[in-house]
Design a protein. Structure first.
Length: 216
């Protein structure tokens, strides 16, 4: 076997873990993350409950893997868009495509917290990768200069969410506005709250992006 190549046992284990995660996403889509049942997943896969615990230590361990996968997917999506020079509007469109592609994945990391579950610290590092990509784009597309407001002054000393990124308060403010406003629109759209209101959610999303790009 070539150096570094996975053994048949390792490949089988990886395949089974992937199947378990796939079933978990299906279950989350119907019952939510709080209703995730390892025994039910084991039954679907023709395994015993104890056998499944050879692949994941428990419900929280499985949720952690799903959370890590979700954050990594969005971080890679953001970085690819930022590196491609797509700008703030391109980053926004990439975020919306990512969210619409798999709403349950979006809600797992940005929806209602799972009762009794605490995400591991390493997910914070990945979340900061996402913010770093956003801050880079915001810094490159600074709108017209404006006098600092109360929020900008506050962010000068309250920017732990940005990690060690050297962005000035004006860029921090812009990135935070982007993050909160567009997540607000996406969360409402994915939850179905625009259904029956008679307008196109994508048009609303685009209007918000354009307003943010203009510094409004």
């Amino acid at each position: 076997m070539a150096a570094g190549a996975a053994s048949p046992r390792e490949r089988y284990r990886s395949q089974v873990r992937a199947e378990i995660k796939s079933k978990a996403w299906e279950q989350i889509a119907t019952s939510g993350a709080s209703g995730l049942s390892l025994n039910a997943i084991a039954k679907e896969l023709g395994m015993s409950g104890p056998a499944l615990y050879r692949y994941f230590d428990g419900r929280d361990d499985l949720i952690t893997e799903l959370v890590r996968d979700a954050y990594r997917s969005l971080a890679d999506t953001f970085r690819a868009a930022a590196d491609a020079g797509s700008g703030l509007s391109g980053l926004a469109r990439a975020m919306r495509r990512w969210a619409l592609e798999d709403p349950q994945r979006y809600f797992l990391v940005y929806g209602t917290p799972v009762p009794g579950y605490r995400a591991p610290d390493d997910t914070t590092a990945t979340a900061r990768e996402i913010m770093a990509a956003l801050l880079d784009v915001c810094a490159a597309e600074q709108p017209r200069a404006a006098s600092p407001d109360a929020l900008e002054s506050h962010l000068a000393d309250h920017h732990g969410w940005a990690g060690d990124h050297p962005a000035p308060p004006s860029v921090l403010r812009r990135a935070l506005a982007f993050w909160t406003r567009l997540h607000g629109v996406l969360s409402l759209e994915l939850a179905g709250h625009f259904t029956g209101m008679g307008f196109d959610p994508e048009t609303l999303f685009t209007a918000e992006v354009n307003a943010l790009a203009d510094g409004e």
